[in-house]
Structures are given as C-alpha cells and as structure tokens.
Design a protein around this ligand. Structure first.
Ligand code: FUB
Length: 330
C-alpha cells in the first residue's frame, strides 16, 4: 500500500519529471491556516515551493528534499496563493511555472528560470502575457516544441473566461461554469510556448474533450467527466494522453488524441476518489514503468488543505487504455 512519497511536510499537486536520470517532483507546499474551508479554495494559502527528488521509486528509495526554491515574496506581481506548479526543461535550462493571484486577486501564471532541476529559480517580474487561471502543465514534445495546458474552475477562475470574453469577479460570485441541457463544459486551455519558454507563442486555445461514441463535447452537467482542473499531458506510443481532475466529483480521468492540441476522446478514470476534496496528479515514465503521482489527505486525517504526495505504478492494456486504480489508506 502506498506510503506518502513525501512525509516530512504537507505537499500536493505533484508534477513529476525525469531529469538527468532522477525523478524530480514539484508539488504545492501546503501549510496550516485558520482560513475556513470554502468552494473558492481560500484555505489553500501556500507561500513557497520546495522540490524533491529520488533515484529510485522502490519503497525503500530515498527522497531528497532540496529545500525552498521560490517564495511568494520573491515575485513582485504575486499577492498570495502559490498553487499547483510544474517544471519543464529545454535547451539545458529549467523553467518553473506557477499560478498565483496578482495584486488584483486575479490568478496569473508566472515563470522562473534556473540552471538546475532543483533551482534556484529566478522569477520574471511579470506573469506570462495573456495567462490566466491555474494549474499550468508544460509538455515538451519529441520535436522539442513545448505546450502549456492550464485552467481550473470555481476558485481557479476559468469560468470568468468564456467565449473569448473575460468577466473577472474577485468575489467569485460573478460568472459560473455553464450548466443546463445542451450546454457544453468549459475546456482546459493550451498555448504553444515561445522558444525561450518565457511567453506564449500565439493565441491561447480551448481544448475539446469529446465523448468517444458520439464525438460530441462533454456536457456541462456531466460532472463525472467534465474538466475541472489539474491538467497533465504525457505521450505514449505516439498517443497524446490528456489527464485531469473532475473536481467536485473527485475523479482523475484521461482522454486521448493524435495532436497536442486535441481534440481528445474521453478514455476513462485513472483513480477513484481519494480522501480529501481535491485530487491532482502527474504521470511519468521511469526505468520502463509508468507511475501516477497524486495526493490525498490520509496523513492529516482528512484536512482538505493538508495533503500528502503519493506515488503508485499504473498499467495500460494492449489498446492503450489506462487501468483504473483504487486509492488505499496509509
Ligand atoms: O493546491 C491548490 C489547488 O488545489 C490546485 O491548484 C488544484 O489543482 C487543487 O489541487
């Protein structure tokens, strides 16, 4: 049964990558707070990032805590809430991507550059131009082109960006996610990254997730399958796997496609609900096996904003379908 991958401090939203033969994990760094739980996620009030790594995913593998690599105070445009980060490597440099609220309370996505996977990282003074919402996941394809997937509903503010318009409401009582018969779910977003990895190269696009039978977009009311947050991309045997959390129905799901831009056909569940409200993951290949990094609230006994990163092997069938995993307590 999976023990926390990190048990020295509370961590969540793990983005795992293999750099130079080691597995590096870039998680959110959860902390205690008196802020009351709400659907806006105010209780996720994180102020810094740490990075962890290991050379073995065996149960006896040693996980190194490389310490704090970036603080909210290091970034001039940030006011609060360092949420789920990711890291990408290109041309020998490392790029940490992170969402946070700016001084107006609007989530933006920032970038910080470093020479090593464990940092230190130096943040750009402004967020990425045209960025919004949360949960950046940056995927570098085999041809060395990079794409950022992002977005998150409710507290993640994605519902403020519909039909090409932005109606931001700092109190989150403004625009709501679509609902009702005939309405399509809001899609996650994708943007190609510039060659220097600091900006978007071109327009942000909405990603389409469709039903595999009807090829119709997933309906807004289909909360068991619609995108909520926690975008991730991996590629296996030439297939692009876009995976995500369904938020209020608490599943990790995936959809597959032939291009990094989609469309993606819904494929099924990766993980049944964990203990805790949020579920957020990454998928990585290491030494010939595929692993799911995720979090739950077992260690804090169910405190939603005190999460712990875990890791388990996952399996694909001969048609490339991912076998659904069931979480186990500690
Ligand atoms: O950790 C804060 C937020 O909770 C993340 O950005 C979401 O994906 C959810 O896990």
């Amino acid at each position: 049964m999976p023990k926390p991958f990190i048990n020295t401090t509370y961590t969540a939203d793990p983005s795992a990558h293999v750099f130079n033969g080691r597995v590096y994990v870039y998680p959110s760094h959860d902390r205690e707070t008196d802020i009351k739980f709400n659907d806006n996620g105010d209780q996720y009030d994180m102020a810094d990032y740490r990075v962890f790594s290991t050379d073995s995913l065996d149960p006896q593998g040693v996980v190194i805590d490389h310490g704090v690599m970036l603080r909210a105070d290091d970034v001039p445009w940030v006011s609060k809430q360092l949420w789920a980060p990711d890291c990408a490597s290109k041309n020998g440099k490392y790029f940490l991507y992170f969402p946070a609220r700016d001084k107006d309370g609007i989530f933006r996505i920032g970038v910080a550059e470093g020479d090593k996977p464990e940092g230190p990282f130096k943040a750009d003074p402004e967020p990425i131009k045209g960025s919004y919402s949360i949960d950046p996941a940056t995927f570098v394809d085999d041809d060395n082109e990079a794409y950022m997937y992002f977005g998150g509903l409710w507290g993640g503010q994605l519902q403020c960006y519909q039909n090409g318009n932005c109606v931001f409401d700092a109190g989150w009582q403004g625009p709501q996610e679509p609902k009702g018969e005939g309405k399509c779910a809001l899609g996650p977003r994708v943007a190609k990254m510039s060659q220097d990895m600091h900006q978007f190269d071109g327009e942000v696009q909405e990603v389409l997730i469709v039903d595999p039978e009807t090829k119709e977009p997933i309906a807004a009311d289909d909360h068991d399958r619609r995108f909520f947050e926690a975008a991730w991309m991996h590629r296996k045997d030439g297939v692009y796997y876009f995976s995500y959390s369904t938020g209020d129905s608490h599943y990790l799901c995936y959809a597959t496609g032939k291009s990094p831009y989609g469309p993606f056909e819904y494929g099924g569940r990766i993980l049944e609900p964990v203990l805790g409200w949020t579920t957020h993951h990454s998928i990585v290949e290491f030494e010939g096996k595929w692993y799911l990094f995720y979090h739950d609230c077992e260690l804090s006994r169910g405190v939603d904003h005190l999460r712990s990163v875990k890791c388990r092997e996952i399996h694909f069938d001969e048609n490339g379908k991912i076998k659904t995993e069931v979480p186990e307590p500690i």
